[in-house]
Structures are given as C-alpha cells and as structure tokens.
Design a protein around this ligand. Sequence first.
Ligand code: NAD
Length: 462
Amino acid sequence: MLVNENLVQDIVQEVVAQLKISEPAAKSRGVFSDMNEAIEAAKKAQAIIRRMSLDQREKIISNIRRKTHENAETLARMAVNETGMGNVGHKILKHHLVADKTPGTEDLQTTAWSGDRGLTLIEMGPFGVIGAITPCTNPSETVLCNSIGMIAAGNTVVFNPHPQAIKTSIFALNLINEASVEAGGPDNVACTVEKPTLETSNIMMKHKDIPLIAATGGPGVVTAVLSSGKRGIGAGAGNPPAVVDETADVRKAAQDIVNGCTFDNNLPCIAEKEIVAVDAIADELMNYMIQEQGCYLISKEEQDRLVKTVLTPKGLNRKCVGRDAKTLLGMIGVTVPDNIRCIVFEGEKEHPLIAEELMMPILGMVRAKDIDDAIEKAVWLEHGNRHSAHIHSKNIDNITKYAREIDTAILVKNAPSYAALGFGGEGYCTFTIASRTGEGLTSTKTFTKSRRCVMADSLCIR
Ligand code: NAD
C-alpha cells in the first residue's frame, strides 16, 4: 500500500499537538482549592500591583501578549478538545487578536481642568480585586482579554470560569501569572479555583473584598450578578440579526454574512444569527449564499428534524452548540461534502431556529416587504438584548433609522460581524461586551474608579 507522506505528517503533527495539550503545566499558578484562598492571594497581589508604576504594569501586559501569541494554537486546540465546540483555526486567530488589540495601560486617560483656581484632574484608579465569570464559548480568550484590561488598570482578578472549560482557563491563568512573575510582578495576579461551581461563584459574589463583578455569559449569570448587591458589569446574550436592503451589494453581503456566521462555528455572541432581507433582493441573496458561499438549503422536513435535535425541552442541546454545519447535518442523517459551511432556509421570524440564539452555523432568512418592515422584524428578533446587529445597505437613512431603532452596543455596516472586534475593522478588541449594563465594549478604563484630584489656587501656570 502506498502511504501518502503528507497524510503521515499531518497525523504526526496532530498526535504531537495532542501530547502537548495533555501535558499538565509543571505548576499551575493562581489555582486554589478554596475560593476564599484564591481571593486572599489575589488581594495580596493587588497590594503589590497598585504600587507598581504604569511602566512596570505595561511590562506585565506585553509579556501576557507575547505568551498569548506563543500559545495561541495550544489554547485553541485545548478549548476545542475540552468543550467540543468551535474551530481550531478560528480560535487561533481570536487569540492573536486578543494579544494584539486588547487595550493596555494606554487606555487610562486623565481629564484635566486648569484655570485661575488651580488644577483639577480626573484619574482612573483600580477597584482592587475584581470577580470575573467567563463563558465556555470563548474561554481562554475571555480570561486573557479580561486579565489584560483589569491588570493594566491596577486590579487583580479572581475567575469563576465555566466548569466545562476549566482546564483551558487554568492553562491561560498560568500563562498570565508566569508573565507577571517574569516581568518582576507578583504571582496570583489572576486566580481561580480547581473546581468552579455555582457555590464558588456565590462565595465570590458575596465576598467583602470583591467590589466589582464582570459577568460574561447568558441571561442567568448576568441576572445573578446584577442581584448580588455589588457593582456588576453584565455582558449578556445576543441574537444579532443581519438586515439586507435593496441598495446592498448583495453578492458581498452574502459573503460577509456567511463569513461572520461561520466564524468559530458561530460561537461569538456578536455573530450573525439570522437574516432579515427585503423582498426585492431576498431570492438573489439566498442564491449567492447557496451557489458561492457553501450554504446548504434545508427542506421543511429537515428543518423539523433539526429543531428536534438542536432544541430540547430544557433549552439548547449543548452537544450541538459550536458544531460545524456538516456535523449538525450528520446528526439529522444528511450527508454533505466538506465545503458546506452553513445551513440556510427561509422562515417566519417566530421559527425556533430563527428566534433562538443557537450559536451554530444555521442562518434562517426572514423576508420583509421593505426596510421599515425589516427593521421592525430585526428589532423583535434582537429581543431587547441591545447587544449586536448588522446591516448591509448603501442608504444612509436606512442605516441611521436601523441604528436608532435597534439601539445595540454594536452595529456593523457592510462587513462581517467580527469587524466589530477589530478583526477587519478599526478599533480595539474585547470578548466582554457589556450589553445589559451599558458599558459596551469593555477595556482597561471600564475596570477603573474615577477619582477627582484637586489642587486649589496652584499649579496653573497659564
Ligand atoms: P452560560 O450562561 O451557560 O455560562 C457563562 C458563565 O456563567 C459560566 O461560567 C457559568 O458557569 C456561569 N453561570 C451560569 N449561570 C450562573 C448563575 N446563575 N450564577 C452564577 N454563574 C452562572 O453561557 P455559555 O454557554 O458559557 O456562553 C454563551 C452565552 O454567553 C451566550 O448567551 C452568549 O451570547 C453569551 N456571551 C456574551 C458575551 C458578551 O460579551 N456579551 C460574550 C460571550 C458569550
């Protein structure tokens, strides 16, 4: 039998990668068996961090960036292996994005007034130890991104990560603490517990030394945090609609929407979850998606089977979240070639595969008679999350009207959704978009307290 050399090399690489992943870190820094101990350790580390100069803090941050780049592939593979969700290649890109575009200490800007009565400054200072709850959909991306912003602001952080992504989260935390120690900073700048549970989360939320909690996840966790009696940053669920009107470049819209929807198998909360297309271009859009963008059109009968597979009486079937289109179709007995990357169909807005936030590459298209109808349907589909929305249009009035009506933290025009994270668009990156509490795309300054510093009748030299 002739053995294909490339195939052998691929298999060897895969085995080596798996071996690397299963190797436990020599010592996982920042990991405790007890939440109170984790908070205590982070508190001691914060006492050191707050006395460090901005320059020293920035050295820690650049070390975290370097280690994130170096370990992007390991983290991506680890997350896919542990959670069963997502796409390794796309997760690698997400880690590089976090490393390159998450703001550091430069995000801390001082506001100043000077005049006859002296000089007044608003300085941004740390809260102390922040509690952070992170999702399984972007586990290490969120841990790394949160840590960069929180530490750059002079805080330390205690995580209660999603239990299904604990190994990946611990691997990321170890890198963060190594980065700090190597840059002359303290250990335990980012901590967690070996076994995060709702109980450890409760301890964290009630702890006297946690003044601020940042929750990234679905509606349950955001509500829990906002009921904690502490200040909370709530980065909750979305169900972003992509509106396409008759002025759009329809071919490009098909490409952008499918690219955004299929990125990391639709796990990002900002990703296109459904389309609302005006009647004049709806058929053309669907045609481009099927003919040019690797979309598979499912029949009514296949839709029904998919509904039963994907949605259970208790909610989303977690075995379907973050799976690729071919795997999802395989689950309902449909075999498709490897180039199929998205499942499409047309339906009413109330269709369960359209109205629910699925986090799978399934794109239902809702037909609208005109832009006003499209906006009304899109607003309904966003469910008041005020999270993300997208539009493909060249009509400024239509775009403006949509932006005002849907009122989301993110609105991407004429690009894939990931442009909102600075990937193919301007601006910085975050994996915590505070939709519910209104901070929007979080960054270093989000994790600071505002302090007014007044010097009366002096230091004005104008
Ligand atoms: P999830 O809500 O199941 O879990 C998120 C985190 O919250 C986990 O750590 C989980 O253990 C914890 N948690 C859940 N319920 C809790 C409760 N009652 N009390 C305390 N902790 C609780 O979400 P997931 O499946 O990991 O992530 C997907 C969801 O997160 C989607 O809805 C997605 O839109 C959302 N999300 C939002 C953002 C954002 O920036 N707004 C980013 C990523 C994901």
